[in-house]
Design a binder for this molecule. Structure first.
Ligand code: ATP
Ligand code: MG
Ligand code: MG
Ligand code: MG
Length: 439
């Protein structure tokens, strides 16, 4: 991509109304523009990162055997009246009337809708287990939308739903989600810690929130510092193996890690004092087993081998896809701008031409661009006739992991400069060698 042809409306001034660093940087880097409170347009750079994150979520869900599908953003209120949640959901639900005066709503979550699809089509245990998911826009009329995409009103969320014959099977689905989420967040360069959360009115131990530690997080969290030593890494996992998934769950949830809703001071005090941590976190996902709550309410039943009709056991599992952009930036930035982890970066490298219009410099930049594209990478070539300082500032702000700086003086000695955004370290290399380092 040539920057001269791209749309990157970088802001020079720090937006006054943005309270946290990720919001400021997303605005300054021209990634989003607010359209009304908590509702954003995703400008090209932001949209590109959103898609990268979405793709990782898709890949990991499909790897776990979960089936992608898509449900509408607008729903009829009927199913919600049937489940009893139409009144219970309260002010966060955006209610709309269509021209025939029918009650509609913008979906805040989709348990009812998917349970209706299930009950209309599945009637035998033979069709179980089944887990379907979507990545779709949601709307919640948050009382205080803030922090940019972190707490939007319209936001992009992965929501998955499992249908199982027994509680044991549903708990395996729960564990599978936990494992797939660990992989998902790590691929984005994030540490998201599963923490025991509040099961709400249904109660029980079967819900975990995934939290990214950050001072700006809205949740207060309490944990044993030993949980931060755990990494999933690139271990192979058989998602059909009950024992393996259970083993991972135990490994990642046996140490104390809770949100303030479930915090237990006595248990916390059993941790050696030097390992006790009280901090703040950003909720980037939550998994939930809720048994037959919705299948009972909506009559989602299957016939067992004995011919008996039973309600299916269900769970739902969410990832805050659009919130993740904010969480990643909160976790990875410096005073010059964003530092994208390789897994989600909008472009792999920036090419800065120090003397646009100089035949040799232009040719060298174009050759590097071509070589990177041929290797399947996406470079962003700053081919504008701007001062070097401004070009560097833009590259630092938008946070691409690598910058290749090309100028007539270096080229006389046969070298370009390769700079790591994360460490700030530079080295001079032949152009081919710089390209080779990136592929
Ligand atoms: P919160 O506690 O932050 O209000 P929640 O518990 O209400 O979130 P869930 O119903 O668990 O949210 O939805 C799944 C995920 O969707 C959350 O873990 C979060 O990452 C994301 N999410 C929820 N609300 C918003 C929002 N208003 N803006 C952006 N992302 C959100
Ligand atoms: Mg909420
Ligand atoms: Mg929550
Ligand atoms: Mg939640």
């Amino acid at each position: 991509m040539r920057l001269s042809r791209y749309f990157l409306p970088v802001l020079k001034e720090t937006p006054a109304d943005a309270q946290i660093v990720s919001h400021r940087l997303m605005l300054r880097a021209g990634m989003i523009k607010q359209s009304s409170a908590g509702i954003y347009s995703w400008l090209p750079l932001g949209f590109k990162v959103l898609r990268k994150i979405e793709n990782i979520v898709h890949e990991e869900q499909m790897r776990a055997g979960h089936i992608p599908m898509q449900m509408p953003t607008l729903q009829s209120a009927d199913l919600w009246k049937e489940s009893g949640r139409y009144d219970a959901y309260g002010e966060e639900m955006l209610r709309i009337k269509d021209r025939h005066d029918r009650d509609m709503l913008y979906t805040p979550t989709a348990e009812e809708l998917i349970t209706d699809i299930f009950r209309s089509n599945v009637s035998s245990y033979k069709d179980l287990p089944l887990t379907m998911y979507q990545i779709q826009w949601k709307f919640r009329d948050e009382i205080r939308p803030r922090f940019g995409v972190m707490r939007g009103r319209e936001f992009y969320m992965k929501d998955g739903y499992n249908f199982d014959l027994t509680k044991e099977d549903a708990l395996h689905a729960y564990n599978r989600h936990l494992v797939s989420y660990l992989r998902t967040y790590e691929r984005m360069g994030l540490q998201a810690i599963p923490m025991r959360a509040d099961g709400g009115p249904i109660g029980g131990d079967y819900t975990h929130e995934f939290l990214v530690l950050a001072e700006t997080g809205e949740s207060e969290v309490f944990y044993d510092s030993a949980v931060t030593d755990l990494t999933f890494g690139d271990r192979e996992i058989d998602y059909d193996s009950v024992a393996q998934c259970q083993g991972v769950l135990e490994e990642f949830t046996s140490k104390y890690a809770r949100t303030d809703e479930t915090h237990d001071e006595a248990l916390f005090n059993e941790i050696p004092e030097e390992r006790r941590r009280v901090a703040r976190g950003i909720e980037v996902g939550q998994i939930f087993y809720f048994g037959t709550k919705y299948s009972d309410a909506l009559g989602a039943q299957v016939q067992t081998t004995e011919g008996e009709k039973v309600s299916v056991h269900m769970g739902s599992h969410g990832i805050g896809v659009s919130r993740l952009l904010g969480a990643i930036i909160e976790a990875s930035h410096d005073d010059k701008g964003i530092i994208w982890p390789e897994g989600v970066t909008p472009f792999h490298a920036g090419i800065v031409n120090l003397k646009q219009g100089d035949a040799e410099a232009d040719a060298a930049c174009e050759a590097i661009e071509k070589a990177l594209v041929a290797a399947g990478l996406e470079p962003l070539y700053d081919d504008r006739k701007e001062r070097a300082g401004g070009k560097f500032a833009t590259m630092d702000l938008i946070g691409l992991p690598w910058r290749i700086t090309v100028g007539p003086r270096g080229l006389k000695n046969g070298v370009v400069e390769l700079t790591s955004r994360r460490t700030g370290e530079s080295e001079e290399l032949a152009p081919e060698a710089a390209v080779a380092k990136l592929i």
